[in-house]
Design a protein around this ligand. Sequence first.
Ligand SMILES: NC(=O)c1ccc[n+]([C@@H]2O[C@H](COP(=O)([O-])OP(=O)(O)OC[C@H]3O[C@@H](n4cnc5c(N)ncnc54)[C@H](OP(=O)(O)O)[C@@H]3O)[C@@H](O)[C@H]2O)c1
Length: 215
Amino acid sequence: MGRAIAASIEQQADLDIAGIWSRDGNLDEIVALADVVIDFSLPEGTEQVLDAVVSYNKPLVCGVSGLTDAQMTTLENAARVVPVLYDRNMSLGVAVLERVLREAVVALGPGFDVEISETHHVHKKDAPSGTALKLGEAVAEARGDSDTSAIRYEVERRGEVPGDHEITLRSPAEVLRLAHSVTTRQVFADGALRAARWLVNREAGLYSMADVLFD
Ligand SMILES: NC(=O)c1ccc[n+]([C@@H]2O[C@H](COP(=O)([O-])OP(=O)(O)OC[C@H]3O[C@@H](n4cnc5c(N)ncnc54)[C@H](OP(=O)(O)O)[C@@H]3O)[C@@H](O)[C@H]2O)c1
């Protein structure tokens, strides 16, 4: 993802890379220089990034999935101080899918079982994907309940698949399927840059791609 984001920035004349952080790099130096910070590392890296954006008062776009509850609390606390856009899927399609899904769940009412299946490349570390969990949480919220235990998740790891998600809403009488496929991971990078542009002059707060698209 780091390479995809760098490639996207290079194609946009008004954006420059202030710096790229790697394990042995100086995160503080880069964050101090940046107008906006984009984090696509892993949860441990995100902990350091959150400290740095708070110290230097910089907006953060974070796409890291698999954060623990404690790490999510740290992120929420950071969002009280600086603008933070957190989304486990930066594609435009999944933001739209989530909205349609919420409407479908409300309109269909009870009596529909929900199954969320996802397929990703074999290198992916977390399972189910952050996107699948986010869609499951959206279903539960739309039902007015935070309990996601009734939702069934199916996970497949295959080849270099960038990300497929399908939600099946099933009653004894009918089946509704909503699906999203990514053909290139570049879509997440482009979404992250769109999010960065949108976030850069916002007030402190916790935002998502839905805010970028629908506000
Ligand atoms: N929101 C979205 O739309 C979206 C889309 C795709 C992926 N993601 C998420 O984005 C993240 C990155 O995905 P990826 O496929 O690019 O993973 P990846 O290939 O494993 O890349 C992770 C990068 O973060 C670095 N890193 C990890 N832990 C670090 C730490 N403690 N300190 C400093 N650097 C650290 C790694 O460095 P090393 O090479 O040295 O290990 C690597 O460069 C994952 O959390 C993934 O779930 C989000």
